[in-house]
Design a protein around this ligand. Sequence first.
Ligand code: PLP
Length: 401
Amino acid sequence: MLEDEFEWHRKQGVKPIINVSGTMTGLGASIAAPGVAKATAEAMANFVSIHQAQEKASEVIARLTGAEAGFLTASASAGITLSIAACITGLDPARVEELPINIGEKNEVIVQSGHLCGYGAPVAQAVALSGARVRSVGQSTLCMDHQITGAIGRTTAAALFVVSHHVVHYGQCPLKRFVTLCHKAEIPIIVDAASEHDLRGFLKAEADLVVYSGHKFLGGPTSGIVAGRRDLVRAAYLQNIGIGRGMKIGKESIFGTIAALEAWETRDHAAIRTKEAKALGSWTHALSNIPGVTTTRVADPTGNPIDRLQVDINSEEVGISAATVARLLGERDPAIIVRTHGLDLGYFQLDPCNLLPGQAERVATALREVLSSAETSAAKPGDTEIARNGSTRAYLDWGKS
Ligand SMILES: *Cc1c(COP(=O)(O)O)cnc(C)c1O
């Protein structure tokens, strides 16, 4: 029997989902923060000057980030592309219209090799959409100062610094040092902080532009936030007459994101942490005393104030692999979608940030059911491979029939 929280799913004829994965594009990102749905709906019924709407967004972004100015675009990925374009064209509309073909002499963007991750698409491609080329610096697990300074030259337009659990977490040049080295050569630094809670720290560390997603932890509509130096923010905004057109944001998402930023200011973060800790506790309890299953509370790798529960599966002892457990949970109704990075290493994680009331308990019950009665027959060959390739597979399979 489905409960009321899934009434919308029944009406739309779509499968109910309990999200213990995180803010994933493929799951609809996040649950809207208080006031967001109303602000979005109210905007739909009215005309407004988009420039004035973006001025209002700029004020709120500046207040929360400490930036000189900011604006909104379609996504963080779009924000990266537009920020790099800004460093190439400045405020010259003729040059804006030439991108991405005639980009000019300054056509390279410096990125540490260990930062060249994917977040559903390659970050290098978000750079390339502007017309610029990525100049990868160092090796994947080590980036030394001389490699950065040696890569900077006449053709360098900007440097990109990526903050993410997806990047390599050791051997990388930290932001402060990266800023020092790049600023010595007057190269602007763009920080991709799409999934970070810290709205002030990157600009405080003297990054020139920082990019956030509006639809991740902020709980806004799908959007990207660009904040930082006024001249660069204006140049990034100007890209709306060029490559930014296909990345545009509408009035509804502008006012929805403003509402999400305002809700962030007044959110009771401590109460949310307490609720999340309770969920982790109930899952730890549910999984205790199951032979071959080990749970560990792990901190977020980039320092967001989130703990997740890591569930290690000894497949010999349990009879099935972590990948099979993840699949079985996903096949239930409602589907329980776990955090799957690490399946190849024999674990999955449970993220408590996107739960509705009562769902933590349902996840605990489902975990116990799947794991205490694990049937080896449930294992399908290749579950781990399918999990690794699954995100692309789903796009390929879509629309087949
Ligand atoms: C999610 C994410 C992005 C992309 O954000 P969108 O707003 O969905 O385009 C970019 N970079 C990082 C590090 C991310 O986590």
